[in-house]
Ligand binder design. Structure first.
Ligand code: GLP
Length: 245
């Protein structure tokens, strides 16, 4: 784990790392594949990336993105949609080509989801895999929406949200009863295939799950523990989130 004084400093570090890779690859005429997360944890990283675009001309023309997850069902315009989240926090403010943006589709008819999930996996492969994957972590130890019980080799799929996760999302949806029961998420296996992973966590509310994820035994009961097996994964956390390590 890398422990920072503040989430601002940590987020600036990660934004600079991402920018460095984008520039290196662009100079070689290559694209960069980013795996992106939603939630409050990565918002400052996106803020700094937007600033690097506006102030220093960082271009996202050679960037391809895959988001981790999306509620199901959900309309992309709705307040809680991850499509809307990503537009507001990042995509509307940078020069990324819209056709290079990929987010699981929360509007699909149920009988088309399996095929769409396979297509999502194939597309990631097609672009050579994810170079940098950003993750947050839920109270259940989920990464993306891989809830307890998700296997280390799981792929993109429709899953049922944990009770705790729906409770945590209740305020966003103005009541627990409005939180979708399901979501589409990249699998743990999809995430583990990324070349480099950064998991972000801030605040004392994350201290317990961060401790369990880093120091606990590897178990599908806490999917984030699978990250211990990745050879290039860094937990970027602030002092409060590190307080139980
Ligand atoms: C949701 C997202 C996760 C995210 C988690 C934590 O469950 N699907 O990807 O990591 O929330 O959110 P936050 O960063 O707001 O704590």
């Amino acid at each position: 784990a890398s422990i920072y004084e503040s989430s601002e400093k940590a987020s600036r570090y990660l934004a600079n790392e991402i920018a460095k890779l984008i520039k290196e690859n662009s100079d070689l005429g290559k694209h960069t594949v980013l795996g992106l997360a939603t939630g409050s944890s990565p918002t400052k990283v996106y803020e700094y990336l937007v600033a690097l675009h506006k102030d220093e001309g960082l271009s996202f023309k050679n960037v391809i993105t895959f988001n981790l997850d999306e509620y199901y069902p959900i309309h992309p315009e709705s307040l809680q949609s991850y499509v809307r989240f990503m537009n507001e926090h990042l995509f509307d403010h940078i020069d990324i080509d819209r056709k290079n943006i990929h987010i699981p589709d929360g509007t699909l008819p149920i009988d088309q989801i399996k095929q769409a999930c396979e297509a999502y996996e194939n597309l990631i492969q097609h672009y050579g895999g994810i170079d940098i994957q950003i993750l947050g972590i839920g109270r259940t130890g989920h990464v993306g929406f891989n809830e307890p019980g998700s296997s280390i080799s799981s792929k993109t799929r429709l899953i049922r949200l944990d009770k705790v996760t729906r409770l945590d999302a209740a305020s966003d949806f103005f009541g627990e009863e409005n939180v979708p029961a399901r979501a589409i998420t990249m699998g743990v296996g999809t995430i583990m295939a990324a070349k480099k992973i950064f998991l972000l966590a801030w605040g004392e509310g994350k201290a317990n799950i961060i401790n369990q994820s880093i120091e606990g035994e590897i178990t599908d009961f806490i999917p984030a523990t699978f990250l211990q097996k990745h050879n290039n994964c860094t937990f970027i956390i602030d002092e409060a989130a590190a307080s139980e390590l």
